[in-house]
Design a protein around this ligand. Structure first.
Ligand code: ZN
Length: 206
């Protein structure tokens, strides 16, 4: 188990550094996690650290049941841990979650919040295929209200995200969260969501 935790921690640090290099994890923003073998716990990035220079040790094992650290004296887990664990509980097939602030996805989340829109729909764009949906002609992305008390967002996620939901969501005035069977796939889906938002904003301006 220690070996798998070390490997998962290294993968989280590497992916975080790549997303940081793209400018998607500004300041100490963003959080990433993977479900650990056994399925009842997840490894998530620790709170308050710059994501460009994490090490494999800057992670915390938390219980999926209640988002609490498994071990006493562990670093504080990400403030948004409860959203990750809600997604793991909602979808047995999700084994990794990525939360970031890519600029076009975040701009789309801001516009949606200003309009009071609960969803953003993308239609007939090739890149929808990257989300792995049964019907890639359209994706309806849920937009959640941003609350300072993060467990309130997590409760909304638990109420709205079913196991057959598209594996992407926006948080109004805040950013984006994606998930999937592996960390690479969750990261790919973040790239696809950002591309959908970028293309749509560009085309709307033409
Ligand atoms: Zn965030």
């Amino acid at each position: 188990m220690t070996e798998s935790i070390d490997a998962a921690g290294a993968a989280l640090a590497e992916t975080a550094a790549a997303l940081y290099a793209r400018g998607w994890l500004e300041g100490t923003a963003g959080n990433l996690s993977v479900r650990l073998p056994g399925g009842d716990t997840a490894l998530i990035t620790a709170s308050g650290l710059g994501k460009g220079s994490l090490t494999a040790a800057d992670v915390v094992e938390v219980r999926i049941e209640d988002a609490r650290p498994v071990h006493d004296g562990a670093p504080r887990p990400s403030a948004e841990t409860s959203i990750h664990t809600a997604l793991y509980r909602s979808s047995a097939g999700s084994h990794a979650v990525v939360h970031a602030h890519p600029p076009y996805a975040t701009a789309t989340a801001i516009l949606a919040a200003r309009r009071g829109a609960g969803t953003v729909t993308f239609t007939d764009l090739e890149i929808i295929k990257g989300l792995g949906l049964a019907d890639p002609s359209k994706v309806v992305v849920p937009v959640f209200d941003n609350h300072a008390h993060v467990p309130r967002i997590a409760d909304d996620v638990a109420g709205r995200i079913a196991s057959d939901a598209p594996p992407v969501m926006l948080i109004g005035n805040h950013g984006a969260t994606t998930w999937g069977p592996t960390l690479d796939i969750a990261r790919n889906r973040m790239e696809c969501l950002e591309a959908l938002c970028q293309l749509t904003l560009l085309v709307d301006r033409l």
